[in-house]
Design a protein around this ligand. Structure first.
Ligand SMILES: Nc1ncnc2c1ncn2[C@@H]1O[C@H](COP(=O)(O)OP(=O)(O)OP(=O)(O)O)[C@@H](O)[C@H]1O
Length: 291
Protein backbone atom coordinates (compact mmCIF):
# COMPACT_ATOMS: atom_id res chain seq x y z
CA UNK A 1 0.00 0.00 0.00
CA UNK A 2 1.14 3.50 -0.73
CA UNK A 3 1.63 5.48 2.40
CA UNK A 4 0.01 8.63 1.10
CA UNK A 5 -2.73 10.48 2.89
CA UNK A 6 -6.02 11.76 1.58
CA UNK A 7 -6.32 15.11 -0.10
CA UNK A 8 -9.76 16.61 -0.47
CA UNK A 9 -11.72 19.72 0.32
CA UNK A 10 -13.92 19.11 3.37
CA UNK A 11 -16.34 21.86 2.38
CA UNK A 12 -16.70 20.52 -1.10
CA UNK A 13 -20.26 21.41 -2.07
CA UNK A 14 -18.95 22.26 -5.46
CA UNK A 15 -16.07 20.26 -6.85
CA UNK A 16 -12.82 22.16 -6.59
CA UNK A 17 -9.73 21.08 -8.48
CA UNK A 18 -6.86 19.43 -6.68
CA UNK A 19 -3.55 20.44 -8.16
CA UNK A 20 -0.44 18.35 -8.31
CA UNK A 21 2.11 20.99 -7.46
CA UNK A 22 5.31 19.02 -7.11
CA UNK A 23 7.21 17.95 -10.20
CA UNK A 24 6.79 14.26 -10.97
CA UNK A 25 9.54 11.98 -9.76
CA UNK A 26 11.00 8.98 -11.57
CA UNK A 27 8.34 6.84 -9.91
CA UNK A 28 5.63 8.48 -12.01
CA UNK A 29 4.80 6.50 -15.15
CA UNK A 30 1.87 8.60 -16.37
CA UNK A 31 1.92 12.31 -15.73
CA UNK A 32 -1.12 14.38 -16.69
CA UNK A 33 -0.95 18.16 -16.41
CA UNK A 34 -3.56 20.79 -17.25
CA UNK A 35 -5.59 18.39 -19.35
CA UNK A 36 -8.55 19.94 -21.16
CA UNK A 37 -10.86 17.92 -23.34
CA UNK A 38 -14.34 18.51 -24.73
CA UNK A 39 -16.90 16.40 -26.53
CA UNK A 40 -18.70 18.94 -28.69
CA UNK A 41 -19.81 21.67 -26.29
CA UNK A 42 -19.51 19.43 -23.25
CA UNK A 43 -16.41 19.95 -21.11
CA UNK A 44 -15.13 16.55 -20.01
CA UNK A 45 -11.80 17.62 -18.46
CA UNK A 46 -10.83 21.07 -17.36
CA UNK A 47 -7.28 21.57 -16.17
CA UNK A 48 -6.95 18.03 -14.82
CA UNK A 49 -3.73 16.97 -13.05
CA UNK A 50 -3.14 13.33 -12.23
CA UNK A 51 -0.15 11.03 -11.65
CA UNK A 52 0.00 7.27 -12.05
CA UNK A 53 2.87 5.85 -10.04
CA UNK A 54 4.98 2.95 -11.19
CA UNK A 55 4.28 -0.43 -9.69
CA UNK A 56 0.96 0.61 -8.21
CA UNK A 57 -2.66 -0.21 -8.86
CA UNK A 58 -4.31 3.19 -9.26
CA UNK A 59 -8.08 3.38 -9.48
CA UNK A 60 -9.98 6.18 -11.20
CA UNK A 61 -13.53 6.47 -9.98
CA UNK A 62 -16.39 8.88 -10.37
CA UNK A 63 -20.04 9.08 -11.34
CA UNK A 64 -21.23 7.70 -14.65
CA UNK A 65 -20.39 9.95 -17.58
CA UNK A 66 -17.55 11.83 -15.81
CA UNK A 67 -15.05 10.77 -18.43
CA UNK A 68 -13.20 7.79 -16.98
CA UNK A 69 -13.19 5.82 -20.22
CA UNK A 70 -12.30 9.02 -22.06
CA UNK A 71 -9.30 9.42 -19.76
CA UNK A 72 -8.05 5.94 -20.66
CA UNK A 73 -8.51 6.75 -24.34
CA UNK A 74 -6.46 9.91 -23.89
CA UNK A 75 -3.69 8.02 -22.08
CA UNK A 76 -3.51 5.46 -24.88
CA UNK A 77 -3.53 8.17 -27.56
CA UNK A 78 -6.86 7.15 -29.08
CA UNK A 79 -8.01 10.71 -28.33
CA UNK A 80 -5.94 13.89 -28.24
CA UNK A 81 -6.01 16.58 -25.54
CA UNK A 82 -7.27 20.01 -26.46
CA UNK A 83 -4.77 21.50 -24.02
CA UNK A 84 -2.33 20.15 -21.47
CA UNK A 85 0.01 17.19 -21.63
CA UNK A 86 -0.09 13.47 -21.02
CA UNK A 87 3.32 11.89 -20.62
CA UNK A 88 3.65 8.14 -20.54
CA UNK A 89 7.11 6.85 -19.68
CA UNK A 90 8.40 10.33 -20.52
CA UNK A 91 6.75 10.50 -23.97
CA UNK A 92 4.22 13.23 -24.75
CA UNK A 93 1.37 11.09 -26.09
CA UNK A 94 -0.38 14.01 -27.82
CA UNK A 95 2.72 14.73 -29.91
CA UNK A 96 3.59 11.22 -30.99
CA UNK A 97 3.23 10.32 -34.63
CA UNK A 98 1.72 7.08 -35.88
CA UNK A 99 4.87 5.02 -35.39
CA UNK A 100 5.54 6.43 -31.94
CA UNK A 101 1.99 5.73 -30.83
CA UNK A 102 2.16 2.23 -32.23
CA UNK A 103 5.35 1.55 -30.27
CA UNK A 104 3.92 3.03 -27.09
CA UNK A 105 0.63 1.11 -27.37
CA UNK A 106 2.54 -2.14 -27.67
CA UNK A 107 3.77 -1.44 -24.17
CA UNK A 108 0.26 -0.92 -22.81
CA UNK A 109 -2.08 -3.84 -22.22
CA UNK A 110 -5.76 -3.01 -22.27
CA UNK A 111 -8.70 -4.85 -20.87
CA UNK A 112 -11.67 -2.85 -22.00
CA UNK A 113 -15.28 -3.88 -21.49
CA UNK A 114 -15.69 -4.10 -25.23
CA UNK A 115 -12.43 -6.04 -25.65
CA UNK A 116 -14.13 -9.23 -26.75
CA UNK A 117 -12.26 -12.32 -27.84
CA UNK A 118 -12.08 -13.24 -31.49
CA UNK A 119 -14.92 -15.72 -31.69
CA UNK A 120 -13.55 -17.97 -34.42
CA UNK A 121 -10.17 -18.45 -32.72
CA UNK A 122 -9.47 -20.83 -29.85
CA UNK A 123 -8.33 -19.61 -26.44
CA UNK A 124 -4.74 -20.45 -27.42
CA UNK A 125 -4.92 -18.57 -30.72
CA UNK A 126 -6.55 -15.54 -29.08
CA UNK A 127 -3.61 -15.20 -26.71
CA UNK A 128 -1.11 -15.98 -29.48
CA UNK A 129 -2.65 -13.32 -31.73
CA UNK A 130 -0.70 -10.25 -30.50
CA UNK A 131 2.53 -12.27 -30.42
CA UNK A 132 2.05 -13.38 -34.03
CA UNK A 133 0.99 -9.90 -35.14
CA UNK A 134 3.70 -7.89 -33.42
CA UNK A 135 6.73 -10.18 -33.14
CA UNK A 136 8.71 -12.56 -35.29
CA UNK A 137 9.03 -15.18 -32.58
CA UNK A 138 9.20 -18.82 -33.62
CA UNK A 139 6.11 -21.01 -33.23
CA UNK A 140 7.69 -22.96 -30.41
CA UNK A 141 8.49 -19.79 -28.46
CA UNK A 142 4.99 -18.40 -29.08
CA UNK A 143 3.60 -21.68 -27.75
CA UNK A 144 5.66 -21.45 -24.57
CA UNK A 145 4.71 -17.81 -23.99
CA UNK A 146 1.01 -18.46 -24.56
CA UNK A 147 1.06 -21.37 -22.13
CA UNK A 148 2.82 -19.23 -19.52
CA UNK A 149 0.27 -16.41 -19.92
CA UNK A 150 -2.61 -18.85 -19.70
CA UNK A 151 -1.02 -20.45 -16.66
CA UNK A 152 -0.83 -17.00 -15.04
CA UNK A 153 -4.62 -16.61 -15.34
CA UNK A 154 -5.28 -20.25 -14.36
CA UNK A 155 -6.53 -21.33 -17.79
CA UNK A 156 -3.70 -23.35 -19.32
CA UNK A 157 -6.05 -26.34 -19.35
CA UNK A 158 -8.65 -24.40 -21.35
CA UNK A 159 -6.37 -23.61 -24.28
CA UNK A 160 -8.30 -25.62 -26.85
CA UNK A 161 -11.72 -24.26 -25.96
CA UNK A 162 -13.51 -21.80 -28.20
CA UNK A 163 -14.78 -18.48 -26.77
CA UNK A 164 -18.42 -19.65 -26.85
CA UNK A 165 -17.45 -22.51 -24.53
CA UNK A 166 -16.20 -20.13 -21.81
CA UNK A 167 -18.05 -18.54 -18.91
CA UNK A 168 -18.02 -14.73 -18.78
CA UNK A 169 -15.35 -14.77 -16.08
CA UNK A 170 -13.14 -17.21 -18.00
CA UNK A 171 -13.49 -15.09 -21.14
CA UNK A 172 -12.30 -12.06 -19.23
CA UNK A 173 -9.31 -13.98 -17.88
CA UNK A 174 -8.39 -15.08 -21.41
CA UNK A 175 -8.65 -11.44 -22.50
CA UNK A 176 -6.33 -10.62 -19.61
CA UNK A 177 -3.82 -13.26 -20.75
CA UNK A 178 -3.99 -11.69 -24.21
CA UNK A 179 -3.50 -8.20 -22.73
CA UNK A 180 -0.27 -9.30 -21.05
CA UNK A 181 0.99 -11.37 -23.99
CA UNK A 182 3.51 -8.72 -25.04
CA UNK A 183 4.72 -8.10 -21.47
CA UNK A 184 3.39 -4.54 -21.21
CA UNK A 185 4.77 -2.01 -18.75
CA UNK A 186 1.25 -0.97 -17.87
CA UNK A 187 -2.22 -2.40 -18.04
CA UNK A 188 -5.44 -0.43 -18.24
CA UNK A 189 -8.68 -1.96 -17.03
CA UNK A 190 -12.03 -0.44 -17.93
CA UNK A 191 -14.80 -1.87 -15.75
CA UNK A 192 -13.26 -5.36 -15.57
CA UNK A 193 -15.81 -6.62 -13.04
CA UNK A 194 -19.00 -5.68 -14.90
CA UNK A 195 -21.44 -8.57 -15.09
CA UNK A 196 -19.29 -10.94 -13.04
CA UNK A 197 -20.60 -13.14 -10.24
CA UNK A 198 -18.91 -12.71 -6.84
CA UNK A 199 -16.56 -15.67 -7.36
CA UNK A 200 -15.23 -14.62 -10.72
CA UNK A 201 -15.08 -11.04 -9.49
CA UNK A 202 -12.91 -12.24 -6.60
CA UNK A 203 -10.69 -14.17 -9.02
CA UNK A 204 -10.29 -11.15 -11.29
CA UNK A 205 -9.47 -8.92 -8.33
CA UNK A 206 -6.81 -11.32 -7.10
CA UNK A 207 -5.40 -11.62 -10.62
CA UNK A 208 -5.17 -7.89 -11.16
CA UNK A 209 -3.23 -7.52 -7.93
CA UNK A 210 -1.03 -10.58 -8.50
CA UNK A 211 -0.17 -9.72 -12.08
CA UNK A 212 0.67 -6.18 -11.07
CA UNK A 213 3.00 -7.27 -8.30
CA UNK A 214 4.53 -10.39 -9.81
CA UNK A 215 5.21 -8.86 -13.22
CA UNK A 216 6.29 -5.43 -11.99
CA UNK A 217 3.39 -3.85 -13.87
CA UNK A 218 1.63 -0.56 -13.31
CA UNK A 219 -2.15 -0.79 -13.37
CA UNK A 220 -4.91 1.74 -13.97
CA UNK A 221 -8.32 0.54 -12.97
CA UNK A 222 -11.59 2.24 -13.88
CA UNK A 223 -14.45 0.74 -11.97
CA UNK A 224 -17.81 1.49 -10.37
CA UNK A 225 -17.31 -1.24 -7.81
CA UNK A 226 -16.19 0.91 -4.92
CA UNK A 227 -15.67 -1.74 -2.26
CA UNK A 228 -13.84 -4.20 -4.52
CA UNK A 229 -11.69 -1.51 -6.04
CA UNK A 230 -10.74 -0.14 -2.64
CA UNK A 231 -9.58 -3.61 -1.65
CA UNK A 232 -7.00 -3.93 -4.41
CA UNK A 233 -6.00 -0.35 -5.26
CA UNK A 234 -3.02 1.43 -3.72
CA UNK A 235 -4.30 4.85 -4.66
CA UNK A 236 -7.72 6.20 -5.62
CA UNK A 237 -8.64 9.25 -7.64
CA UNK A 238 -12.21 10.49 -7.53
CA UNK A 239 -13.07 12.67 -10.50
CA UNK A 240 -16.13 14.81 -11.01
CA UNK A 241 -17.00 17.58 -13.45
CA UNK A 242 -13.67 17.41 -15.21
CA UNK A 243 -11.40 17.53 -12.19
CA UNK A 244 -9.89 15.44 -9.44
CA UNK A 245 -11.99 16.18 -6.35
CA UNK A 246 -10.27 13.77 -3.96
CA UNK A 247 -7.38 11.37 -3.97
CA UNK A 248 -5.57 9.20 -1.51
CA UNK A 249 -5.17 5.68 -0.24
CA UNK A 250 -8.38 3.66 0.18
CA UNK A 251 -7.95 3.87 3.97
CA UNK A 252 -7.53 7.61 3.91
CA UNK A 253 -10.55 8.12 1.68
CA UNK A 254 -12.62 5.77 3.83
CA UNK A 255 -12.06 8.18 6.73
CA UNK A 256 -12.61 11.33 4.70
CA UNK A 257 -15.77 13.21 5.77
CA UNK A 258 -16.13 15.54 2.78
CA UNK A 259 -19.67 15.30 1.37
CA UNK A 260 -18.50 14.48 -2.11
CA UNK A 261 -16.30 11.58 -0.99
CA UNK A 262 -19.01 10.27 1.34
CA UNK A 263 -21.69 10.44 -1.33
CA UNK A 264 -19.59 8.56 -3.82
CA UNK A 265 -18.06 5.94 -1.53
CA UNK A 266 -21.29 5.30 0.40
CA UNK A 267 -23.50 5.35 -2.69
CA UNK A 268 -25.81 8.08 -1.37
CA UNK A 269 -28.48 9.08 -3.90
CA UNK A 270 -28.24 12.82 -3.20
CA UNK A 271 -25.45 15.15 -2.15
CA UNK A 272 -23.01 17.31 -4.09
CA UNK A 273 -23.99 15.16 -7.08
CA UNK A 274 -27.62 16.18 -7.35
CA UNK A 275 -30.49 13.74 -7.75
CA UNK A 276 -32.53 16.52 -9.40
CA UNK A 277 -31.49 17.94 -12.73
CA UNK A 278 -31.37 21.77 -12.30
CA UNK A 279 -34.92 23.20 -12.46
CA UNK A 280 -36.92 26.16 -11.08
CA UNK A 281 -38.75 25.53 -7.78
CA UNK A 282 -41.53 22.97 -8.14
CA UNK A 283 -44.28 25.37 -6.94
CA UNK A 284 -43.22 27.87 -9.57
CA UNK A 285 -43.45 25.21 -12.24
CA UNK A 286 -46.80 23.85 -10.99
CA UNK A 287 -48.58 27.13 -10.26
CA UNK A 288 -46.56 29.71 -12.11
CA UNK A 289 -48.55 29.21 -15.27
CA UNK A 290 -45.44 28.62 -17.38
CA UNK A 291 -45.51 26.11 -20.18
N1 LIG B 1 -17.81 8.98 -28.95
C1 LIG B 1 -18.40 9.92 -28.22
N2 LIG B 1 -18.92 11.02 -28.80
C2 LIG B 1 -19.48 12.01 -28.08
N3 LIG B 1 -19.60 11.98 -26.73
C3 LIG B 1 -19.12 10.91 -26.10
C4 LIG B 1 -18.51 9.83 -26.80
N4 LIG B 1 -18.11 8.90 -25.91
C5 LIG B 1 -18.48 9.39 -24.70
N5 LIG B 1 -19.08 10.57 -24.82
C6 LIG B 1 -19.57 11.41 -23.71
O1 LIG B 1 -18.46 11.80 -22.95
C7 LIG B 1 -18.79 11.77 -21.56
C8 LIG B 1 -17.81 10.90 -20.81
O2 LIG B 1 -17.98 9.55 -21.24
P1 LIG B 1 -17.15 8.35 -20.62
O3 LIG B 1 -17.61 7.10 -21.29
O4 LIG B 1 -15.71 8.66 -20.68
O5 LIG B 1 -17.64 8.40 -19.12
P2 LIG B 1 -17.43 7.33 -17.95
O6 LIG B 1 -17.07 8.11 -16.75
O7 LIG B 1 -16.48 6.27 -18.41
O8 LIG B 1 -18.89 6.76 -17.83
P3 LIG B 1 -19.40 5.33 -17.32
O9 LIG B 1 -18.96 5.24 -15.90
O10 LIG B 1 -20.89 5.43 -17.46
O11 LIG B 1 -18.77 4.31 -18.22
C9 LIG B 1 -20.24 11.29 -21.48
O12 LIG B 1 -21.06 12.42 -21.33
C10 LIG B 1 -20.50 10.64 -22.79
O13 LIG B 1 -21.85 10.79 -23.14
Amino acid sequence: MAGQGVESDPEMDEAQPLRVDEAPGPDVLVEIRGLCFRRGERVIFEDLDLDIRRGMVTAVMGPSGTGKTTLLQLITGQLHPEAGTIRVAGEDVGRLGRDGLYRLRRRMGMLFQSGALLTDLSVFDNVAYPLREHTKLSDSLVRKLVLLKLEAVGLRGARDLMPNELSGGMARRVALARAIALDPMMILYDEPFTGQDPISMGMLMALIRQLNDASGLTSILVSHDVRETARIADHLYLIFEGRVVAQGTPDALANDRSPWVRQFLDGLPDGPVRFHYPAPPLAEDLFGGRG
